[in-house]
Design a protein around this ligand. Structure first.
Ligand SMILES: Cc1cc2nc3c(=O)[nH]c(=O)nc-3n(C[C@H](O)[C@H](O)[C@H](O)COP(=O)(O)O)c2cc1C
Length: 348
């Protein structure tokens, strides 16, 4: 039986797949194609939300299968980085579009998540669901009590981009989170899995752990619709192998262009670069900043294994080898997840 959660998304197919709301990377084109493939597309939070939603809307409205979609909400999600987003600037767009889901991540104080959740519910008349991405069991329980999210996104430490600096992989995090939520009266709140899932096998594993849907970030970095800073970034993703060696979690990536703006307790997973190798051999932050500045001044950007700038990507990078349309990614991953589960059943 497909997840109950999916009934809230009438166009969606099971297993339920989403792209991560990667700020600067996930725009209206990517989000629209993921939704049209029967998943839920997210745009990365931005003060230019209206523009991204217009892009998504123009793509979706041309699709005959969506022509008769009459939901009260817009079938796209939007994600906000709470610690850097001015809520007053984005609320009018949230009220206007009523995204199906508003995803919140990375607050300086957990109480900010409560404020955001309340304000979003207020301006959308309770129509937009609130999903909050979290990486630890204790924090999840606290946030469930104060912000009452509709869904928790469990982010494991294999995830690309930012996350908490003391986290576990999804294989232990998710079931422990599920047990703790069940024991504390949150048994009806679904969990969606994120972090290191890049193909149908990862999706099958997440479903088996108790996830009701799966978020992929790194896999969509190799989609046709994603917005990447340049081709070196793309090549660094496509060439990545042996993800635990090729990427690493560190706070140093956030220090390369000046002091980090991230809240305490966060770091980020990125490709092991010249900056990171120098950091390991004792280079000072000032030295790393100076080399990054020089390289970026010379070339505009400096992405890649030999580069200085951060290429955010997850430990599943070795499974991401070719560029495909976002639709093909969703179709392929969904099909392969079902096949994987059937094959696993035959081995039991
Ligand atoms: C390039 C990149 C940018 C990201 N930006 C954001 C962001 O702006 N907001 C957010 O909530 N998560 C962001 N994330 C983290 C994702 O929400 C998610 O946890 C992660 O992509 C899942 O792991 P995976 O990359 O292994 O699929 C980003 C991830 C990547 C790879």
């Amino acid at each position: 039986m497909p997840s109950k959660m999916i009934t809230h998304f009438p166009w969606a197919a099971s297993p339920f797949i989403m792209n991560a709301p990667m700020e600067g990377f996930a725009g209206g084109e990517l989000a629209a194609q993921v939704t049209l493939a029967g998943g839920l597309g997210f745009v990365g939070g931005t003060t230019n939300l209206d523009k991204e939603m217009e892009i998504a809307s123009s793509i979706i409205s041309k699709e005959p299968s969506f022509g008769n979609y009459t939901g009260k909400t817009f079938p796209i999600g939007v994600g906000f980085l709470v610690f850097i987003t001015d809520i007053e600037k984005v609320l009018p767009s949230v009220a206007r579009w009523k995204p199906k889901v508003v995803w919140l991540f990375a607050a300086k104080e957990l109480s900010a998540l409560q404020t955001w959740a309340e304000r979003i519910r207020e301006v959308t008349g309770g129509e937009s669901q609130i999903w909050i991405q979290l990486g630890s069991v204790a924090t999840s329980l606290e946030v469930l009590k104060i912000a009452k999210p509709d869904v928790v996104v469990a982010q494991g430490s294999d995830a690309g981009g930012h996350g908490i600096d003391q986290g576990a992989g999804i294989i232990s995090l998710l079931p422990e989170m599920r047990d703790a939520m069940n024991q504390n009266g949150f048994e009806k709140v679904p969990i969606v899995a994120a972090g290191g899932i890049a193909d149908g096998r990862g999706v099958a594993a997440a479903l088996t752990l108790g996830a009701e849907g799966v978020v992929m970030g790194t896999r969509f970095l190799a989609s046709e619709e994603v917005r990447l800073p340049d081709d070196n970034y793309r090549q660094a993703v496509l060439q990545g192998k042996d993800g635990g060696q090729y990427t690493v979690r560190s706070q140093v990536f956030d220090e390369l262009r000046g002091p980090t703006i991230w809240p305490t307790g966060y770091d980020g997973r990125a490709v092991v670069s010249a900056s990171y190798r120098d950091h390991l051999t004792g280079a000072s932050i000032e030295e790393l900043r100076s080399k990054t500045r020089q390289a970026e001044e010379k070339n505009g950007k400096d992405y890649g294994v030999q580069g200085r700038s951060a290429v955010w990507a997850g430990a599943g990078i070795g499974l991401v080898n070719k560029v495909q349309s976002a639709r093909d990614i969703v179709f392929e991953v969904r099909k392969s997840a079902v096949e994987t589960i059937e094959a696993a059943r035959s081995r039991v």
